[in-house]
Design a protein around this ligand. Structure first.
Ligand code: SF4
Length: 441
């Protein structure tokens, strides 16, 4: 039995420094620095540790966590030592998400940081056994609010600043309301829901809670008023008070350590003084004066980062692929670039495209409209399914780009004006798509 044996084999748990996850490319560690503001030195240290102890590939996840791959049982403790030496403290305990600009955005209704810290302490003190992937959102509003982030438990600041709405199982729009609480009762209220979850069992999630029963404990839930302003996407230029900041994201959420280091050095030359991880795989850059924004965007572009939410590749999920995983059968990154080049018009956000190095499907466990999956026989083509599903057709990896080109040509010719890619795929016979993939048109 190895030090990590139990946790490393449990898929669906959250991989951390103390419980890394076994993947096809060694151990994987996911972490969120406890400090929301990172310096350039922090990121350079992180890049160095990824290179030294992992395979050098760094990912920023959809929830804004950092992920390192290719670690070993021997290198994980050295990574932990290196992080401690660099002063990077990973957040411990239940994942509590707050808007990335909490505490510095003058347009936020309430600073979520204090509530999140108090709730984290209360949960730790209660010593409850909770689902490893339990997600709590404390959203104080602002330009990058978390209104669209799904969570098991949510606390949303009311627009009039009078308190917080407590709800379960969804994003701000879909979560089921449980109570409206004044600030002094918000921790006790949230803890009542956390305790109810623990009472159901160690795997219970927000969807398992009966919101009506919980609401009855608090009395009638009054109508809650929220800001009508929808949150901005983190990518692009934002203004908070008199300050401009730039949101960027590594292409497909992945960056090699050397390129991250080059990015940090290039942005430092443009005046960057602080970095914040954000949802949608983003990194927010502060300290850039208005005149240096264009130079900073050019630097990010050079190092393989996207600077605009319109980047079509955002709608493709790829795993490490041949560049970072021994299980991969082909280069997922090159395939994604081919999809963007040959069929980029279809990446309008209405459907998911998943490119997986093998049937394990690490990057997108759910179904996707289109999946390209590496198998022993070649690259499989799966429609409306998972990477583990039997492919409708399979081609050698060397024939993939022309196949993508044929599908792009077919769908462009059939598309009606203003039609979404999802509608187009839905009304196209699977046989036509499969024939195009195989070159049998
Ligand atoms: S899905 Fe990708 S990252 Fe996961 S094991 Fe397969 S090749 Fe490796």
């Amino acid at each position: 039995m190895t030090a990590f044996a139990t946790s490393a084999l449990r898929r669906g748990a959250c991989p951390s420094l103390s419980a890394p996850m076994q993947t096809g490319d060694g151990l994987l560690v996911r972490l969120r620095p406890a400090a929301p503001a990172l310096t350039g030195e922090d990121l350079l240290a992180f890049a160095g540790l990824a290179r030294e102890h992992g395979n050098g590939l760094i990912e920023i996840t959809a929830r804004g966590n950092l992920q390192l791959r290719g670690l070993t049982e021997a290198s994980v403790p050295r990574l932990a030592e290196g992080l401690a030496a660099a002063g990077i403290v990973p957040q411990a305990g239940v994942a509590i998400e707050i808007p990335p600009l909490s505490g510095i955005d003058p347009s936020e209704i309430a600073d979520a940081t204090l509530i999140a810290d108090a709730l984290r302490k209360a949960i730790a003190a209660a010593s409850l056994t909770l689902a490893p992937k339990l997600a709590i959102v404390v959203d104080g509003g602002g330009v990058l609010s978390l209104a669209d982030m799904v969570a098991d438990i949510r606390l949303d600041a009311l627009a009039d600043g009078a308190g917080w709405r407590l709800s379960v199982g969804g994003d701000r729009r879909t979560a089921r309301p449980v109570a409206v609480l004044p600030p002094e009762r918000v921790i006790a209220g949230a803890m009542a829901v956390v305790t109810a979850l623990a009472a159901i069992g160690p795997a219970a999630r927000g969807r398992d809670l009966d919101a009506a029963v919980l609401a009855a404990q608090f009395g009638t839930v009054p109508e809650a008023a929220f800001s009508e302003v929808l949150p901005s996407h983190p990518l692009g230029i934002h203004y908070i008070g008199g300050e401009s900041l730039l949101g960027i994201a590594p292409a497909y959420g992945q960056v090699q350590a050397d390129r991250l280091a080059a990015l940090v050095q290039g942005l430092a030359a443009c005046g960057a003084s602080e970095f914040r991880l954000a949802p949608h795989r983003a990194l927010l850059v502060r300290g850039l004066s208005g005149e240096r924004l264009a130079a900073a965007q050019a630097c990010a572009d050079r190092e393989g980062f996207w600077c605009a939410e319109t980047a079509p590749g955002r709608f493709i999920s790829i795993c490490a692929g041949a560049a970072g995983c021994a299980s991969a059968r082909f280069d997922t990154r090159a395939a994604a670039d081919a999809v963007v080049a040959e069929a980029g018009g279809l990446l309008d956000g209405s459907l998911d495209v998943h490119i997986s190095g093998c049937p394990k499907g690490c990057a997108h466990p759910a179904r996707a409209a289109v999946t390209l999956c590496g198998t022993a026989a070649g690259v499989g083509f799966v429609l409306d399914g998972r990477a583990s599903d039997a492919p409708a057709a399979t081609l050698p990896a060397g024939d993939l780009r022309p196949a993508i080109q044929r599908i792009g040509t077919l769908l462009r010719a059939r598309r009606m004006e203003g039609e979404t890619a999802k509608s187009l795929i839905d009304r196209t016979a699977p046989a036509a798509l499969i024939s195009a993939y195989q070159g049998q048109q």
